[in-house]
Ligand binder design. Sequence first.
Ligand code: NI
Length: 398
Amino acid sequence: MMDIKALAYGEKEYITALRRHFHAHPELGRHEVETTKRITEELEKMGIEAMTFSDITGCIGVIRGGHDGGTVALRADIDALPIQEADLTKEYASQNAGVMHACGHDCHTAMLLGAAKILSAHREEIHGTVKLLFQMAEEIGTESRHYVENGSLSDVDAIFGMHIWATLDAGKVNFEDGERMACSDRFTVKIKGKAAHGSEPDKGADAVVAAAAVVMGLQTLVSRRTDPQNTFVLTVGMMNGGTQSNIIAEEVELVGTTRTFNKKFRKGLPDMIKAAAEGIAEGYGCEAESTYFFGPAPLVNEHISLNRIARRAAAAVMGEKALVPMEKEMGAEDFAVYMETIPGVFGFLGGRNMEKGICCVHHHPAFDVDEDVFPDGAAIYAKFAIDCLKEMEKQKIL
Ligand code: NI
């Protein structure tokens, strides 16, 4: 039987070089043309067939094992962010002005290619099929849905994802059951009043005053409408309206986001926001019109058996003590879209190293990752796939 950890450490240079290449050449979501090209070239060099798509970027490598069996997908996201990298003296600094891999997706891509190398070289030992999903545009919202909608994952029995994590030390890893990341939805409220001279407010209906009341009123959804045990955030991040100091504003637009882990409560949010906005606006003689956009759903590790396989894989590679608990995150992850239809598991791989001065949070212009963790990450990807397929063969685990 292959020693996956040793094989992964043998690929450390390969993985690190690729990560530095992707870091130096970041591309924004939906525009990862060169990134996709490089990934498919690497896959083809390994003898892995790569599926590409005419309408979207990203690709899927398919490794057919020497034995029949189920299908496991391993996912890495490949997109960068519209951020100017702070330190351009770094040898692998971004060469694309204003674009940067500030979330570690370059690491995910490189580590999954490292896993691909190990798996493809030992395909005879694989009981089933491994799909290597290099997904575009994670930062945009729910672009992962395209790979579900175009049917390229329809044969997948289980899907695995992992994020490099900036608040977790290198050498630590987290695969925890239950709620892990929140949803990220967006809403707008348009408030319509009636214009008048600023000196005669009684002749109009002030959309600014109504909007201010709506902003405050919406906060009571957090304090009065959700179970106190449920974590819920509602933020109005934009408020646009009015034209001049002495004109009663006719229209104001509010744009906000909601975050929660409770799927049922989340479904009721569009109606709650609509009712609150309309009712409050009416009290000020105005009208409100609200729209709600569902983003990525809450990410909940509810497939306990899959998470157990992931934890065992992580412990085998990094040691039992490396597995640590971690608070759930209010940020979102479009991996949740896959988990709505495919049993899946999602974890976090520590990338922080204070001693090396690597301590910036995700999306920070000085974000970086301790590259020494890459072999462990690649090994966990590969080991999860192999172990999960074996479990599937032994028993129906899903
Ligand atoms: Ni990310």
